[in-house]
Design a protein around this ligand. Structure first.
Ligand code: GLN
Length: 469
């Protein structure tokens, strides 16, 4: 079967009877089965997906189908889907079944998308390589010795390896954009508050956003339109309307950050290809200028202070009493807490809980947490200032392409620095997109990032489409 890169082609083929929903789902199931070694799916909802395919084909035949009919999606294993296991790739939730469905997943299903399975990720979405999953890492399809990126690594490789049309991930500091870049896909982190977080297993609530990983800009747009918007179950959602995406060309003002392009950690080939895009944009008549952003090196430290603080609070509910794993070796309440958490959480999650507890502890709160909050405020103000003069801030997504397994896993600081360009949008709350611009001479895809004005996701999609054309 031909590889589909967008929903409109699938829908056209179904309408003209060139293809059926069942055949499309079966084809994806076959590809999943043929590539089990990549460790992409923690669970495939095979029977359910085939059953849904039959029902949706019938709806299409009777002209009753929703707008996502024909779309086959994978969901990251931190999104609740009632009756299905949701583990956040952690032993502590290994057999936990969701008791309700997240708003994003519910909205997709209501428009007749088919959920084919749940994808592997870093434990509790903490990581940049998928090496922190309790169920083993995800292999990059382009080179099996390299990581998929993280934390939505399974979601990215599922799209890269054609195991589904698109997938849904979550992005706290780059977890949609970075794996998308490592796998040659498009990843969109919406504006904070655009998509409901209801039913997303929280990592750092003031940073987390759900978003799509796709092969086309149009699919990212339609998924955002479906999952986005006000939700009474998440008080941080905005009622800002989502206008349908249409492609249009508009001359834009683009800023690129001097400190990012000149960063010593930036791979020369990634830099060269980013500069080529800058030149192309200038030739196309856009105004592209360099701006200074002195806080670049403060982003990662501030991000890790604030997100670990929020994580230490969010993850306190996994106590061995209410959810998931409870140790057999324990007695008494304190013993149950200690043993269950010690057995259930992996190394990186424990590190972050301890770090977060430390930065919030009295005596250190002012030195770390309050200071990081001040950095956040300054980053927001400075970003707003740049965006009052420019439409976009352009940068690489990551300092390098997908790295080899084990290359950074023994050095957390080095792993954290992989997030240096992506955490910006989560600290400030702005939307950002990552999309492929070419290949490195090591054969791996290179991505580019655009950060845009609040709720201007359509502008990001338009500009991404223009650059990729
Ligand atoms: N790599 C970042 C981290 O480890 C981002 C994770 C994410 O966006 N969920 O925190």
């Amino acid at each position: 079967m031909e590889r589909y890169t967008k929903l409109s082609s699938i829908q056209a083929d179904i309408r003209s009877k060139k293809n059926t929903v069942v055949a499309i789902v079966s084809n994806y199931l076959q590809t999943i089965n043929d590539n089990k070694n990549l460790n992409v799916f923690l669970e495939v909802f095979e029977e359910e997906a085939l059953q849904r395919a039959k029902e949706i084909q019938e709806k299409i035949d009777n002209n009753k189908a929703g707008r996502l009919a024909g779309m086959v999606l994978a969901i990251k294993d931190n999104l609740c889907y009632k009756g299905h296991v949701v583990s956040a790739a952690s032993k502590i939730l290994q057999n936990y079944r969701a008791v309700y469905t997240s708003t994003a997943v519910q909205r997709l299903i209501s428009e007749d998308a088919i959920i084919i399975g749940r994808t592997n990720c870093d434990e509790f979405a903490m990581g940049a390589s998928n090496e922190n999953s309790a169920f083993g890492p995800v292999l990059n399809y382009a080179d099996n010795t390299r990581v998929s990126g993280g934390s939505s690594g399974g979601a990215a490789v599922a799209v890269q390896a054609n195991m589904c049309l698109a997938s849904i991930g979550s992005d706290t500091g780059g977890s949609i954009r970075q794996p998308a870049a490592f796998c040659g896909a498009i990843g969109l982190k919406p504006t904070y508050g655009r998509v409901s977080r209801y039913g997303l297993i929280a990592y750092a609530s003031s940073f987390d956003q759900i978003g799509p990983i796709t092969q086309s800009v149009e699919d990212a747009a339609v998924i955002l339109e479906v999952i986005g918007g006000k939700d009474n179950n998440d008080a941080t959602t905005s009622s800002e309307p989502i206008t349908p995406y249409t492609h249009s060309f508009r001359k834009s003002r683009v800023a690129y950050i001097k400190e990012a392009l000149n960063h010593p950690a930036l791979d020369v080939e990634v830099k060269r290809q980013t500069e080529e895009v800058i030149d192309k944009l200038k030739r196309d008549g856009h105004m592209v200028e360099e701006v200074g952003f002195e806080m670049l090196d403060a982003l990662v430290p501030a991000y890790y202070v604030m997100t670990t603080a929020e994580a230490s609070s969010n993850l306190s509910r996994f106590s061995g009493l209410l959810f998931g794993h409870r140790s057999n070796l324990s007695n008494g309440i304190d013993g149950t807490f200690k043993k269950s958490r010690s057995e259930g959480f992996g190394k990186e999650v424990k590190r972050r809980i301890m770090l977060g507890t430390f930065v919030l502890s009295s005596g250190f709160y002012d030195a770390y947490y309050s200071k990081a909050q001040k950095v956040r405020r300054k980053v927001k103000e400075e970003t707003e200032r740049i965006l009052s003069e420019y439409d976009f801030i352009l940068s690489p997504v990551t300092p390098s392409t997908a790295f080899k397994f084990g290359e950074k896993s023994n050095n957390p600081i080095e792993m954290y620095l992989a997030d240096m360009f992506t955490v910006h949008a989560n600290i400030s709350g702005h939307p950002a997109i990552s999309f492929p611009i070419g290949h490195h001479n090591n054969g791996m895809p290179i991505g580019l990032q655009l950060l845009g004005k609040n709720f201007a996701e359509n502008d990001l999609l338009n500009m991404a489409a223009h650059i990729m054309a």
